[in-house]
Ligand binder design. Structure first.
Ligand SMILES: [Zn+2]
Length: 283
């Protein structure tokens, strides 16, 4: 009985000793790996930096450099201070035009065109981003100096697929109302015929969708050879006239958030249809 009891004690002692050894081995392993990661200042942190760099790369490629996602340059037309000095109207043309104007002004509201189009540009930017596009703006404030030639050239410089310039109309006929889109002309030496054709598709889709979304009168697409922004842009381009600020009713309507939202959704829908059409034709 006594011997049995001693034997059990011996067994318990060995089991305890065994568990103690296991415990020491495990904590030693932890310590070892702990030392190796903190002692290896050169290796461990640099692999973390590499991972971070990789993550940054992925972020950058999906947000800024993804060639599969179309990039749209929105140009809120005009600016606060006009510059009535002149610049070449087109790359191979000696005739000149004003560099940049302040634009027209609301007959009822007194709001400037450069103010209205920036409000709509921000809404259009959100709509397009929601649809998954990459978007850039030629300006995000009024106090800038960017000529129309520079706005056109910016499209190619930043790798934009299309340029959409936002404007509002003015007329001495106060009853004039509705939406139109100005598109690069055909049969002029300084506008590539293919670019004019693709721009016509873009402009037509935008004006139709814009008229549908707003319920405004559809004044159609007009081809122009004297707008420096369209002449200097080397990508498909459309210049949207979103309504008449000289029409008292349309001017007031364009100052409501609701109507600005309709304008933005209409233009975004036209742009979306354009890229869908491009994708279909490439399949
Ligand atoms: Zn304008």
């Amino acid at each position: 009985m006594k011997t049995n009891f001693t034997k059990i004690n011996e067994y318990l002692f060995f089991i305890f000793a065994f568990l103690l050894i296991i415990f020491f081995l495990r904590s030693a392993t932890y310590n070892f790996s702990g030392f190796s990661s903190s002692a290896g200042d050169g290796t461990a942190p640099s692999s973390t930096a590499e991972e971070d760099a990789l993550k940054e790369d992925t972020k950058a490629s999906s947000a800024d450099h993804n060639p599969d996602v179309p990039k749209i340059l929105i140009d809120p037309g005009h600016q606060k201070e006009a510059d009535y000095s002149r610049e070449n109207a087109a790359p191979t043309l000696n005739s000149t035009v004003y560099k940049v104007a302040t634009g027209t002004r609301g007959v009822s509201t007194g709001v400037w065109e450069y103010e209205l189009v920036l409000d709509v540009a921000f809404k259009l930017e959100s709509e397009l981003k929601e649809l998954g596009y990459q978007v850039a703006l030629t300006r995000d404030r009024h106090d800038v100096h960017i000529t129309n030639k520079e706005r056109g050239q910016m499209a190619k410089e930043i790798g934009a697929d299309i340029l959409v310039s936002l404007h509002a109309d003015g007329s001495s006929v106060t009853a004039a109302q509705g939406v139109s889109v100005l598109s690069p002309a055909f049969n002029v030496s300084f506008i590539d015929a293919d670019r004019a054709a693709v721009s016509k598709t873009l402009s037509t889709l935008i004006v139709d969708e814009l008229a549908k979304a707003t319920g405004a009168r559809n004044r159609g697409v007009h081809f122009r050879n004297n707008l420096s922004i369209l002449n200097w842009s080397e990508v498909p381009s459309a210049l949207v006239e979103m309504g008449f600020m000289s029409n008292p009713e349309e001017d007031k309507k364009m100052q409501t958030q609701e109507y600005q939202g309709k304008i933005a959704r209409g233009i975004a829908s036209g742009i979306h249809e354009y890229f869908n059409a491009i994708a279909d034709s490439e399949e």
